[in-house]
Design a protein around this ligand. Structure first.
Ligand SMILES: Cc1ncc(COP(=O)(O)O)c(C=O)c1O
Length: 393
């Protein structure tokens, strides 16, 4: 009765089962994976958000496949603040970055074609690709006092079926940004191989440093599709508004835009109230980002303080984003350690394999967790690793 592409193993893994059991039996959980900004105790400008949703023009239906001009102009303004000049005619509004990926996979790939994805990386890629009958192949990120793309391995991963390279800027969960020489290198590879760049920039604004980071939205060398949306920028995932922007060599870009327009016209998935609210909701990002960046800085400083009292766990360097990667001794699998931490201390973390780390020894925590829970959770993690290590040695 069902398609092969949906023949997933839908059994929950032992960690998710243990989490569900704890929640059902009302046992305490300190959740160090929480990355839903609406659940992290941030202060949202409730009245302004709700007012933005009650625009009188919401009573009309005038569908525009790429999205209402007023909403796309707000996206242009956002990029202007990043010193990027974006053409309003090259923007498509979507209901989420996931939908943007789907539109792009449909535009660029035949069934069985491949896109290259970063490893470690965002866990949803394989599902997004599966649903569109696209294959993924990983290209490794390597860590040497900081993360970088392994360009040799990336080039080796390209084959005649490769259609695009996905870049996540800043990458989830490694928290590193793409530098201008990386962008240059990627452009060369993509121009030589007739490949497109898909740049996911949902974490672009969350740098821990002072410098403004370059967006791919002004990349005109290779065919490029830059994506972002309200879910991270303004901390409003429930609003379901995102976008993708086409740039690149003019003729190629125009062909891409025309094909995307057909897809967007077929679905017309954007609702009117949200498009009318977009300018106001984008403007409110400053209020959210101030709180969010302060939270990630405070939690990171606390993580460093707690880790400085011992030598078994350390954290990997990061430049931004919402996550920290903690290096732990490999006394067993990361899944087992995460399970033991949950069962014995009530602390929930993601094992590295969730993000496709190629080896054991990594746990991932969310830096937007409310501060008291973050501190208590990391303290329990460090204590457990210390006890285990003493027992094993
Ligand atoms: C790298 C990355 N892209 C996209 C998303 C989701 O974006 P959206 O809510 O717009 O689908 C996430 C969410 O965690 C993410 O980590």
């Amino acid at each position: 009765m069902f398609s092969d592409r949906t023949a997933w193993n839908l059994e929950s893994n032992p960690l998710s089962k243990a989490l569900a059991d704890r929640i059902t039996s009302a046992k305490q959980v300190i959740d160090l994976t929480e990355s839903n900004p609406t659940k992290c105790g941030f202060h949202f400008a409730a009245q302004q958000i709700l007012e933005a949703l009650s625009h009188p023009a919401s009573l009309n239906y005038d569908p525009v496949p790429q999205g209402l001009l007023s909403a796309r102009n707000a996206v242009v303004d956002y990029y202007r603040s990043h010193e990027c000049a974006v053409n309003v005619n090259d923007i498509f509004l979507t209901t989420g970055t996931s939908e943007s990926y789907s539109f792009l996979f449909r535009t660029l790939c035949n069934p069985g074609d491949e896109v290259l994805i970063p490893q470690p990386g965002y866990p949803l890629f394989n599902f997004l690709a599966d649903i569109q009958d696209v294959a993924t192949a990983p290209y490794p990120l390597i860590y040497d006092y900081g993360w970088q793309i392994d360009f040799h391995a990336l080039q080796r991963a390209i084959n005649p079926r490769t259609r695009a390279i996905v870049i996540v800027n800043a990458n989830n969960p490694t928290g590193h940004f793409c530098r201008s020489d990386d962008m240059h290198h990627l452009n060369q590879i993509c121009l030589e191989g007739d490949l497109a760049i898909i740049a996911d920039e949902v974490f672009l604004d969350f740098s821990l440093g002072k410098d403004m980071l370059s967006s791919f939205a002004s990349n005109n060398k290779a065919l490029t599709f830059t994506m972002s949306g309200l879910s991270k920028i303004s901390g409003l995932p429930q609003m379901k508004v995102a976008w993708l922007i086409a740039t690149g060599p003019e003729t190629l870009k125009q062909q891409g835009v025309a094909r995307l327009e057909m897809i967007a016209d077929t679905y017309l998935s954007m609702n009117t109230p949200m498009q009318l609210a977009l300018p106001a909701l984008l403007e409110l990002r400053h209020n959210f980002q101030r709180q969010c960046i302060a939270r990630t800085r405070t939690n990171l400083a606390q993580l460093d303080r707690l880790l400085s009292t011992q030598k078994l766990c350390s954290r990997l360097n990061l430049e931004g984003g919402w996550y920290a990667v903690i290096r732990v001794p490999v006394t067993g699998g990361d899944d087992d350690l995460a399970l033991e931490l949950l069962n014995s201390r009530g602390v929930y973390v993601h094992p590295g394999h969730f993000y496709d780390f190629p080896a054991d020894g990594y746990l991932v925590v969310s830096l937007i967790t409310p501060e008291p829970a973050f501190s208590a959770g990391v303290e329990a993690l460090v204590a457990l690793v210390g006890e285990k290590f003493r027992k094993d040695s």
